[in-house]
Design a binder for this molecule. Structure first.
Ligand code: NAI
Length: 378
């Protein structure tokens, strides 16, 4: 099968998320890195792209040059990944979609709800793929949980409790470090700090596993380090369309917690728990029964969990392979083949609405507000 040409914007040398995309996109032989504008520093970006195997004429100094250079090529890129800082996502994603490219955008997809609606509309109008990298939803055992919920294995879902709380910005003496500071500066980060950065992964996960959407929410935001203008800790209660109760805690000052992302789903006839630091396992407890450890790669899992597992039982795969699972389905979608689910622009839009509505709620002492984007309010 012919490999697809892949381009990357951002994710330069030393970036946090760049390596996971490169490992993920190229893991299954579907994509080859053909073009890149990898760094805010043009020369560093060109140099690094070439060291990664990109031809000199497709190692671009910035994304505008890349758009110009790629759009009229016969072998132009089939997919571009946007892995730059948040405030640039909208403009880059919009420009590439409008030029007829498929896009995988990092989260948060945009900074405002209006921008999110615009991206959804452009993706619809152009018929191009616009995916958003909610990659945790692509872990095999997360797919297993979703499948069990859909099968009714735990009955109607009553309650979801999820947290994405780490302690890596908990040192007040480090608060002025430029790599930390921007995240709590409204001029750089927008209206929300920790909720927009990590909380939206947890909220997307709740919706994904439940097969439902968040309808209303009430938020309590706190800046526990006084110099911060944006929240470094948030508790968000929510209700889903089918009545499921949600509790979400996100924090960056929870010293001692590392990645700190977990989800528990409690239904009428059972409960389940998954923790990102032990992603191969789901704990499942039927009502009145003992807790069972379900393991990636074991027999009897759903087709979806089996399809997205690569190595044998008990061998860790981990984060880059969850990202790879997003690329597997994007490759199939680009080739017009049957494919599984992947997070889309509409998920990015729902997150943006939730962020802005959580800020509004927090500013009104936790008043309950409609969490949905205006285009989905009926
Ligand atoms: P980072 O600061 O570590 O790296 C950003 C990279 O983008 C750098 O190489 C920088 O030179 C480059 N860059 C900046 N402006 C650029 C421009 N205009 N054109 C081309 N390159 C540019 O940032 P990090 O942590 O890798 O985050 C990038 C994005 O990925 C963010 O939106 C973040 O929210 C998201 N992210 C998502 C994760 C996930 O689990 N899905 C995990 C970590 C980050």
């Amino acid at each position: 099968m012919k490999r697809l040409n892949w381009g990357m914007i951002g994710g330069g040398e030393g970036s946090q998320i760049g390596p996971a995309h490169r490992m993920g996109a190229q893991a299954d032989g579907n994509f080859v890195l053909a073009a890149g504008a990898l760094d805010h520093d043009a020369e560093r970006g060109k140099d690094y792209a070439q060291r990664l195997g990109v031809a000199e004429d497709r190692a671009y100094g910035n994304w505008q040059e890349m758009l110009e250079g790629e759009k009229n090529r016969d072998d132009r890129i089939d997919l571009v990944t946007v892995a730059t800082p948040n405030s640039t996502h909208f403009e880059i994603t919009k420009s590439f979609l409008e030029a007829g490219f498929n896009v995988l955008c990092e989260k948060p997809m945009t900074m405002t709800v209006e921008e999110g609606e615009e991206i959804v509309k452009i993706a619809e109008a152009t018929g191009k793929i616009c995916a958003v990298n909610y990659c945790y939803s692509a872990y095999p055992m997360v797919r297993e949980m979703r499948n069990m919920v859909a099968n009714g294995d735990i009955g109607k879902v009553r309650l979801i409790v999820t947290s994405f709380s780490h302690g890596h910005h908990g040192d007040a003496t480090d608060a002025d470090n430029p790599r930390v500071r921007w995240r709590y500066d409204p001029a750089m980060a927008g209206v929300s700090g920790q909720f927009a950065d990590c909380g939206i992964h947890a909220m997307h996960m709740a919706s994904f596993v439940a097969g439902d959407e968040v309808r209303t929410l009430s938020a309590d935001f706190a800046s526990t380090i006084a110099s911060r203008e944006l929240e470094d800790d948030a508790m968000v209660s929510f209700r889903m369309e089918r009545g499921t109760v949600g509790r979400l805690w996100t924090s960056s000052v929870a010293i001692g917690r590392q990645h700190g992302f977990d989800i528990q789903v409690f239904g009428e006839t059972g409960g389940m728990k998954w923790f990102s630091e032990q992603p191969n396992q789901v704990l499942y407890t039927p009502v009145g029964g003992r807790t069972q450890i379900m393991e990636k790669g074991e027999s009897g899992l759903s087709d979806e969990a089996s399809r997205l597992s690569r190595v044998a039982i008990a061998h860790p795969e981990g984060f880059p392979m969850a990202v790879a699972n997003i690329y597997v389905d994007l490759a199939a979608a680009i080739r017009g083949e049957p494919h599984g689910d992947y997070p889309k622009a509409v998920d990015g839009l729902r997150s943006m609405a939730a962020v802005h509505q959580a800020v509004a709620s927090a500013n009104e002492d936790g008043a309950w507000v409609d969490a949905r984007p205006p285009m989905f309010r009926t």
